[in-house]
Write a protein that binds this ligand. Structure first.
Ligand code: GDD
Ligand code: MG
Length: 365
């Protein structure tokens, strides 16, 4: 089987992390975001993966080469000379996607869930129409594609409205599709939105279905949602793959569970860590540190008695003794927070050193 991942643009909403790495390579649960998708696609029998990008992909090409062998998939980069939106990239990759007459998966690269590829494929083949969209329910559907099913029909879609201004339903597009190659005949090779210019018409023809997602889902393309998505993912692991989390019976620093610590990280004495914390490779956590709902990336240092809550500490950064980070603060690569500093909602660009308190959310360049 085949799949195309919409990798897209510069990931500006996930700055300052994306100033250092392209969004798909930013770690989520200690592994590059895109690797979660590649792994699940491979498990479902996908052998051809197209990554649709609209910037120079050199860093990604190098990083992903090793995964081709590891997961036994062929990864092709399809590079746009101008951003082609969410549908144009399918036309650009037509040669691969239409190669045989079988359906292909399409994924937004910034979403996380318990990917249901095999069930999705089975359901899609069972109804025989052109496309199936994975859907989930959210409280605030206004920033998503919203879906209304046909009256009296469990799965057939009547309307697809991208980011509606008025409430029509709380069933949203989760950003995972399976489509027949015939859909390619509906897409021209030019900047096109699949949500606005393709799905509404397939729905009109009665050829588009929903597939309900079980379990967690999140678009993790911005820091606040990345943290929420991390909590959901860790909660999911606690239920399904608890061996990936620190065992509270043998690690007394674990507080209320959902703590993932890379084996190469060092944790000091008397720390209280959790719930919902990810600690990356080579991280050093000092003594008496309090971590809660946060992600500490590779090579970072959290010094003695620091407190980090609802924040992301980027690669190789350091948080000083007795310092406090909260309010969705994000430190880019190699940021230094000096001792006894308070940071609330700071978004701090790579290589900065902070020696005065940041009490209100702001970007430090
Ligand atoms: N190759 C390529 N080229 N990819 C692109 C382009 C482009 O020009 N523009 C966007 N993408 C990629 C993004 O990187 C992302 O993976 C995906 O397409 C969706 O774009 P976003 O910018 O993240 O859209 P969104 O989050 O506002 O809305 C989309 O996702 C929601 C679910 O998270 C829509 O598909 C909504 O309908 C959906 O509910
Ligand atoms: Mg998105």
């Amino acid at each position: 089987m085949k799949a195309l991942i919409l990798v897209g643009g510069f990931g500006t909403r996930l700055r300052p992390l994306t100033l250092t790495l392209p969004k798909p390579l930013v770690e989520f649960g200690n592994r590059p975001m895109i690797l979660h998708q590649i792994e699940h696609l491979a498990q479902a029998g996908v052998t051809d993966i197209v990554l649709a990008v609209n910037y120079r992909p050199e860093i990604m090409v190098a990083a992903l080469q090793s995964y081709e062998q590891e997961y036994n998939v062929k990864i092709t980069f399809s590079v746009e000379t101008e951003p082609l939106g969410t549908a144009g990239p399918l036309a650009l990759a037509r040669d691969i996607l239409a190669k045989d007459d079988s359906p292909f998966f399409v994924l937004n690269s910034d979403i996380t869930c318990d990917y249901p590829f095999e069930q999705l494929r089975d359901f899609h083949l069972s109804h025989g129409n052109e496309g199936t969209i994975v859907v989930t329910k959210v409280d605030d559907p206004s920033k998503y594609g919203v879906i209304v099913n046909q009256a009296g029909h469990d799965s057939k879609i009547e309307r697809f409205v991208e980011k509606p201004k008025v409430f029509i339903s709380n069933k949203i597009n989760a950003g995972i599709y399976i489509l027949n190659p015939s859909v390619l005949d509906r897409i021209e090779l030019k900047p096109t939105s699949i949500e606005k210019e393709v799905f509404p018409f397939i729905a009109q023809d009665g050829e588009l279905h929903t597939f309900d997602l079980d379990g967690f889902w999140m678009d993790v393309g911005q820091p606040k949602d990345y943290l929420t998505g991390t909590c959901l993912y860790l909660t999911h692991l606690a239920k399904k793959q608890s061996h990936l989390l620190s065992d509270p019976t043998t690690h007394d620093y674990v507080h209320k569970g959902n703590v993932m610590v890379h084996p190469s990280a060092k944790i000091g004495q008397g720390c209280r860590i959790g719930p919902n914390v990810v600690i990356g490779p080579g991280v050093t956590v000092g003594d008496g540190v309090r971590l809660q709902r946060c992600v500490i990336m590779e090579g970072a240092t959290i010094k003695d008695y620091a407190w980090v809550q609802s924040s992301i500490v980027g690669w190789n950064s350091s948080v000083g003794r007795w310092s406090r980070l909260e309010g969705c603060s994000v430190l880019g690569d190699d940021v230094t927070i000096n001792d006894e500093i308070y940071v609330n909602g700071g978004s701090i660009l790579p290589h900065k050193s902070i020696s005065a308190n940041i009490t209100e959310p702001q970007i430090i360049m």
